[in-house]
Design a protein around this ligand. Structure first.
Ligand code: ZN
Length: 244
């Protein structure tokens, strides 16, 4: 990133201040953000707003409150990592509600299958984050902003696989062991028809497990630590935060 980025960021922070009323209104419904009422998060949000481009689609007008609500949640995971973890792309596309995407796949017999997926969010490698505002604002079961931005961190070293690039000093084997045990236990419990604490969607893929458990880490840290102590420890090392 270098000195030019540092200089630009310094200028942004000299020229802009977070409007307290706007901040309070935008974060009112997100208690896990409100717990972090510090200047550091607000500064990071100002930089995020300066560097990312929000686009409303299908008639949605993205308001300042929406921008701040999304930015505040997106910046919490990188509070101790820095904004460069979200570098290399700039778009955030916001739909009024869930959106359909056309999928296709050629199977081993060469047959083309096509179907529609209904999504609350999507993170494209090297491209934008796409969000449903309805899901972001009203869905009590998922946090689509934390979820998609966790995918973005995971994608920093290629396709999302459930393991973002770890910091020097972190132990990849310990990460792998903690996540594999938790993921397999989770899939097993689901298969046996057990009630699971995390969203069953986490069983789709190790990358989804990482994104869903990251949501839980920030929203329900105490319970996450109780259910998955080893995963919690790894997330604590990766995010460099201990929300519990
Ligand atoms: Zn996902």
């Amino acid at each position: 990133m270098g000195w030019l980025t540092d200089w630009r960021r310094k200028k942004v922070l000299e020229k802009h201040r977070m409007d307290e009323a706007l901040w309070n209104a935008a974060t009112r419904d997100f208690p896990f953000v409100k717990r972090n009422q510090n200047e550091k998060l607000k500064h990071l949000v100002l930089l995020f707003l300066a560097e990312k481009q929000f686009t409303g689609t299908h008639g949605l007008q993205v308001t300042d409150a929406m921008r701040v609500a999304i930015a505040a949640q997106a910046c919490l995971p990188i509070l101790e990592l820095g904004l460069d973890w979200y570098s290399g792309w700039s778009g955030i596309v916001v739909y009024p509600g869930d959106f359909r995407v056309r999928r296709s796949e050629v199977d081993e017999d060469g047959v083309l299958h096509e179907w529609d997926d209904e999504l609350a969010g999507e993170a494209m490698p090297g491209g934008p984050v796409v969000l449903s505002w309805d899901a972001a604002a009203h869905d009590p079961h998922i946090n689509v902003v934390l979820h998609e931005f966790a995918h973005k961190l995971d994608m920093r070293d290629g396709a999302a696989n459930g393991m973002p690039p770890l910091h020097p000093g972190m132990d990849g084997a310990a990460w792998h062991a903690a996540f594999t045990e938790a993921y397999e236990g989770f899939c097993d419990a689901l298969e046996r028809g057990k009630e699971t604490w995390l969203d069953p969607y986490a069983a789709e893929h190790p990358a989804e497990f990482f994104a869903v458990v990251s949501e839980a880490f920030f929203q329900h840290p105490g319970e996450t630590r109780r259910h998955y102590p080893d995963v919690y420890d790894q997330l604590k090392l990766f995010y460099r935060q201990d929300p519990s």
